[in-house]
Design a protein around this ligand. Structure first.
Ligand code: C2O
Ligand code: CU
Length: 462
């Protein structure tokens, strides 16, 4: 099969049955279809306090964050987006083991949605959990302007709670007039360092967000990091129980500190008493982020204190059985990348940066949609053996699959699977998964500036 033929719009024809059929089994006879329609458009939204002026954002359905999409496991979603922007766009369903044609990666799994055009994403939801959707066309620009929203999939084993709450956390980069700082889009300084860090922290697009809850209630708090590049370090004024990471059950753990890399999610169970529980961001000072405020007028909760059942976690696969694919990550400032191959030519880092805005490489090559890490037969156990040989942390994300995070000799580094793994400088991790979903799947850093500057490649599942 010619590589070129494989790209864009032929996965259905060439690969037969759409992926969702294999992942979710035969659709149940009573499968519900949830149909939604949103404009993707410029919109005004106030991110600051009452006296702040509106910011000009780009939003889904005139809402920031985008409208909550909520469904049950195995439901079918049919969501139409009308592009009212003056530029191309597309929508990615982060963490969903989706039919490749619905994955939303412009120029890889679909043609972008042109201005004035519409596109309907139609797929089945194979897994319960906390997910989100966001632009996957010039994401470094479109995420930073507000193009994201939450997707929650309810499952049969969800714990009983009094409140199920979604908090999308973002750090916007705003100027003194509350407008998105657009002049710094494409800044080589951001692209070669940690990425675009913002200066205005919000939860659900509100600064110091307060959510009223019933006193003595049990809350499921779903946190989603929607920032371009900021790793949030969150501190809680009370104890929470971590039950899921990236939508997938993990071993229960009591904590008052959470590190959340771009695109990662955690689900926490919090039993609130009669005093507020606050969440503070401590990576850039001490900033109040969100608060659960017990409010007597709401009545009393009933689920607090009931037993939490630990989900059975699947055993990690044996790494010895995996096909091992080395991914040597280099580049950026404070790194050791002198030169890399870009479009068939070896260029020095300075030329790559100034002529092409490229700064990062996998295995000596600047990453792109045409850099394939592997072509895997369907069903192959794959281990992406990633070595972060840069001076920066990276949030490595694989589309269409969930992976185990193992040490290079196969010891689990995390209980349960994830779809985004935060890697520290010098870290080696093996991201292991069964390549069971046919199509072209992006593997990239979710610090959007790193992604754009070369930290992206393709895992092809045939
Ligand atoms: Cu959350 Cu490639 O994306
Ligand atoms: Cu990165």
């Amino acid at each position: 099969m010619l590589r070129r033929d494989f790209i864009l719009g032929m996965t259905g024809a060439a690969l037969g049955t759409p992926a969702f059929a294999s992942l979710s089994g035969v659709a149940p006879a009573n499968q519900a279809t949830i149909t939604r329609q949103f404009d993707v458009a410029p919109a005004k939204h106030r991110l600051g306090d009452a006296d702040a002026s509106d910011s000009d954002l780009w939003l889904y359905g005139n809402s920031s964050p985008g409208p909550l999409i909520r469904a049950k496991q195995h439901d079918r979603l049919s969501v139409t987006f009308n592009n009212r922007l003056s530029v191309d766009t597309s929508v990615h369903w982060h963490g969903i083991r989706i039919d490749n044609r619905m994955d939303g990666v412009a120029h890889l799994t679909q043609q972008p949605i042109a201005p004035g055009e519409s596109f309907t994403y139609d797929f089945t939801l194979p897994d319960a959990g906390t997910y989100w959707f966001h632009s996957h066309t010039r994401s470094w620009e479109q995420l930073a302007q507000g193009l994201y929203g939450p997707l929650i999939v309810d499952g049969p084993d969800d714990p009983e709670v009094d409140h199920d709450i979604v908090w999308m956390i973002d750090d916007w980069r705003l100027d003194e007039n509350w407008q998105i700082h657009t002049e710094s889009f494409g800044s080589l300084r951001d692209w070669s360092h940690q990425g675009r860090l913002g200066n205005w922290l919000t939860v659900n697009s509100v600064s110091d967000f307060t959510e009223q809850v019933k006193p003595n209630s049990r809350v499921r708090l779903r946190l989603i990091n929607a920032a371009n590049a900021r790793i949030f370090n969150l501190s809680f004024s009370g104890k929470a129980t971590l039950i899921a990471t990236d939508g997938f059950p993990t071993s229960h753990q009591e904590t008052d500190r959470i590190t959340l890399a771009p695109a990662q999610r955690v689900d926490l169970i919090v039993d609130v008493g009669t005093s507020p529980l606050s969440m503070t961001e401590i990576s850039g000072g001490t900033l109040p982020a969100g608060k659960l405020l017990p409010t007597t007028s709401l009545g009393n909760g009933s689920a607090a204190g009931s037993k939490l059942v630990q989900a059975t976690l699947p055993a990690a696969p044996e790494i010895a059985k995996a096909r091992r694919i080395a991914v040597h990550m280099q580049g950026g400032v404070h790194g050791n990348l002198d030169s890399a191959e870009y479009e068939g030519e070896v260029l020095g880092l300075r030329d790559l940066a100034t002529k092409h805005s490229k700064l990062w490489a996998f295995n000596g090559k600047v990453g792109s949609h045409s850099l394939w890490l592997t072509e895997a037969e369907r069903g192959t156990l794959i281990s992406l053996d990633v070595f972060n040989d840069t001076g920066w942390p990276h949030a490595m994300h694989l589309h269409g699959h969930h992976f185990w995070v193992l040490s290079p000799d196969g010891a689990p580094l995390h209980a349960g699977k994830r779809d985004t793994h935060l890697m520290q400088p010098g870290e080696r991790a093996s991201l292991v998964f069964v390549a069971d979903n046919p199509g072209l799947w992006l593997f990239h850093c979710h610090m959007m500036e790193h992604h754009a500057a070369g930290m992206a490649a393709v895992v092809a599942v045939l």
